[in-house]
Design a protein around this ligand. Structure first.
Ligand code: NAD
Length: 288
């Protein structure tokens, strides 16, 4: 059994990105610039944005966080998005989700210029991804593919079960793994899937992205499978913080049966943030 080390892989990628940025800067070009818009005071969102800001620093990027009050109107937010779309100093930007309830998230996402949509959430980017065209691949699926590539996990002809059909993880993951080059035969499972355990038990590769701690049990996974655990749920713990993070896979039961497995924490999580950096670097390289 091989534990796929997302933390280490993300560090290697970070070093590669930082080296490219240093070259760009040495050639007289501006370092990539990522902007994050954060609306309101959601605790988890603040942590995510702080982590992205820190990673920008470590990659040699410029970064800006636009902190807007929770009562920001949809029109005000759309105006900020338009400003960033037109700002030549900004290579890419993200609108941290979730947004306050009074704002239509989809409308805001659709207002982002696809050229700067480094989260890969706009319909234009999603459409390009489905067609296998040049696009920004959403960060979590991009990070998972990078792990599969760097650990030489075979995907061609393999049966793959993706659990969870969200627009940011499960659905794009299922599309990407079925594409030429990855060539897996994918079943996308969700809350209405009948006989889900049977489908998962047949899979050579399982991607669990549903947000239910320990959902994938040992008896749901076949011997020699590769298991990618995307889940991140905070549960109460007897430590200084009072919580710890757990995944969607019952690691103790599942790991002994696996050829490859990602741990939580230290698996997919660190790859997500570095993949956002990679998308921003790509955006900066496309800059006119
Ligand atoms: P989501 O919360 O938007 O949706 C959950 C999905 O799981 C839905 O499609 C639903 O159909 C499916 N589902 C729910 N119950 C199910 C059941 N009993 N059986 C089968 N399917 C079921 O999904 P999300 O935003 O992709 O998040 C999923 C998990 O991944 C969460 O724990 C989230 O925190 C985590 N996450 C981690 C990263 C990372 O970087 N590691 C990134 C994004 C999300």
């Amino acid at each position: 059994m091989t534990i796929i080390d997302g933390k280490l892989t993300a560090q290697q990628l970070r070093a590669e990105i930082a080296a490219e940025v240093a070259e760009m800067v040495a050639a007289g070009k501006a370092a990539p610039h990522l902007v994050a818009i954060l609306v309101g005071n959601d605790g988890a969102s603040q942590t995510y944005v702080a982590n992205k800001e820190k990673m920008c620093g470590e990659c040699g990027f410029r970064s800006t966080v636009l902190r807007l009050p929770a009562e920001t109107t949809e029109e005000e937010l759309l105006a900020r998005v338009e400003e960033l779309n037109n700002d030549p100093e900004v290579d890419g930007f993200i609108v941290q989700l979730p947004l306050p309830k009074h704002i239509d998230e989809q409308r805001v996402i659709e207002a982002i210029s696809p050229r700067k949509d480094v989260d890969g959430f706009t319909p234009i980017n999603v459409g390009a991804m489905v067609l296998g065209l040049e696009c920004f691949v959403p960060a979590t699926p991009a990070g998972i593919l990078e792990l599969l590539k760097r650990y030489n996990v075979p995907t061609s002809g393999k049966k793959c079960a993706v659990i969870g059909r969200s627009n940011i993880v499960g659905r794009p993951m299922s599309i990407l793994l079925s594409q030429k080059g990855w060539d897996a035969t994918v079943t996308l499972c969700h809350s209405r899937t009948a006989n889900l355990a049977e489908v998962v038990r047949e899979a050579d590769i399982v991607v669990a992205a549903l947000g239910i701690p320990g959902f994938v049990k040992g008896d749901m996974v076949k011997e020699g499978a590769t298991v990618i655990d995307v889940g991140i749920t905070r549960v109460a713990a007897d430590n200084a913080r009072g919580w710890r993070v757990v995944g969607d896979v019952d690691y103790d039961e599942v790991a002994p049966k696996c050829e490859y497995i990602t741990p939580v924490p230290g698996g997919v999580g660190p790859m997500t943030i570095i993949s956002l950096m990679k998308n921003t670097l790509i955006a900066a390289k496309r800059r006119k």
